[in-house]
Design a protein around this ligand. Structure first.
Ligand code: SF4
Length: 411
């Protein structure tokens, strides 16, 4: 029986489902059923089809960071030799693996690990460390980086062959035959959920946008943790209905403020200061309408077709070439009508940062759009300055207001 029903709001559904996913994994662990730790854009379709309870360390770390409990774990990780230049998600999770205590929910330790390096290579070393320390199997979907604008056929073949191998490996781990019927069913659900996620978040293109990108950051937990489950799609359909109602009423996603400017946020949220980063923007009437997150989980393929699945996991956002990353952002900026860009220079995430300067230059030159940057971190509270953020946003708003003024004068 489902724990959600149509009378609930999408926010109520979200809270219940994310908590239940974790609770189910804890219960499974107690019963002796298999629990998997997975990276955020890995093929959960396989573990789901085999009835393996799958949880997500990145999401768990966000819960710890948002409750201001990261510092203790970061200090512990550093005492073990992990430099604070390494991804904060990895440091907090590796510390949690040792200590198994945190301010947030208990995350049961894994019996196996699933990883796809389509988001970054840090994951590879991070998850190898977990597998080595806990002596559990590590399933890797190795996705080559796309240096060209198109994903090559060789790369797709290489990734597809690993998908077939994953089936074999899971049969050995689970001591049972792969459930192809369930697999196709989950593929169907996951693909539909990806579409529902995109459809709801795409409503940010409406003026004023009924959704703030900061609320989208929260809904993201569901597409990360429950992409293979039907309830995920029900929640996003409900969210879409709610947003359509808000559009009819002319309401914007900023709580208690009018939308004057629209920006694209480039990079991961600054989770330790989510509220501060949101309020500074809101106080100036700035709504975050553009983000790369809606497309990051838009993994679309025909159920049963492993070649298309291989292409989907290979061609998602972080794995795109520089040209692909620039074009993706141009599309987002146009579709969601952004007046400016805020780039989070995230000390933890080298993957996010290493192309950011060149992407910024290309967007500025080709779209003539103002950009500001700020130093921050998605997990480590020590790498952020409230004063710097406030000054940078103030400067961006000044430029956006001058541009708007000129535009209205020229009409
Ligand atoms: S935050 Fe960046 S470095 Fe860390 S796991 Fe995610 S993509 Fe990789």
């Amino acid at each position: 029986m489902s724990v959600i029903n149509e009378a609930m709001t999408s926010k109520e559904m979200l809270d219940i489902l994310v908590a239940k996913n974790m609770e189910d994994a804890r219960e499974a662990k107690k019963r002796g059923d298999l629990v998997c730790w997975s990276s955020s854009i890995a093929p959960c379709e396989f573990t789901e089809a085999m009835g393996i309870y799958t949880v997500y360390p990145e999401n768990h770390v966000v819960g710890i960071v948002a409750r201001k409990g990261a510092q203790e774990l970061l200090t512990y990780a550093e005492s073990k030799g992990y430099s604070n230049d390494i991804c904060g998600y990895a440091r907090v999770n590796l510390a949690y693996m040792d200590i198994q205590k945190c301010i947030s929910e208990e995350l049961p330790l894994p019996d196996l690990i699933l990883l796809c390096n389509n988001i970054c290579e840090t994951l590879l070393k991070w998850y190898e460390n977990i597998a080595y320390s806990l002596n559990v199997p590590l399933l890797i979907l190795d996705v080559p980086y796309n240096h060209d604008s198109e994903v090559s056929e060789e790369n797709i073949k290489y990734v597809e062959s690993q998908l077939h191998d994953m089936i074999h490996q899971l049969e050995l781990i689970c001591h049972k035959s792969f459930d192809y019927k369930k697999f196709e069913e989950v593929m169907e659900i996951a693909s539909q959920n990806a579409k529902n996620w995109y459809d709801a978040t795409a409503l940010c293109s409406v003026k004023p946008s009924p959704l703030s990108g900061f609320d989208m950051f929260n809904y993201m937990a569901l597409i990360v943790c429950m992409r293979g489950k039907r309830e995920c799609g029900i929640t996003f359909r409900k969210l879409k209905e709610e947003l359509i109602e808000k559009i009819k009423r002319g309401e914007c996603g900023l709580r208690g403020a009018e939308e004057k400017y629209r920006i694209m946020w480039d990079g991961i949220a600054c989770w330790p200061y989510l509220s501060h980063t949101y309020k500074v923007l809101k106080n100036q009437g700035v709504n975050m309408t553009g983000s790369t997150y809606p497309s990051a989980w838009t993994l679309l393929y025909t159920p049963g077709n492993l070649k298309e699945m291989a292409r989907a996991y290979t061609s998602m956002g972080n794995n795109l070439s520089l040209e692909g990353q620039i074009n993706l952002r141009k599309r987002i900026i146009r579709e969601t009508c952004c007046d400016g860009i805020v780039m989070h220079m995230n000390r933890s995430c080298k993957m996010c940062d290493f192309l950011q300067y060149e992407i910024g230059q290309a967007l500025k030159n080709d779209l003539n759009i103002p950009i500001t940057t700020f130093d921050g971190d998605q997990a480590d509270p020590r790498n952020y300055s409230k004063a710097q953020y406030e000054t940078r946003i103030e400067a961006l708003v000044e430029i956006m207001s001058v541009i708007k003024q000129k535009e209205s004068e020229s009409k």
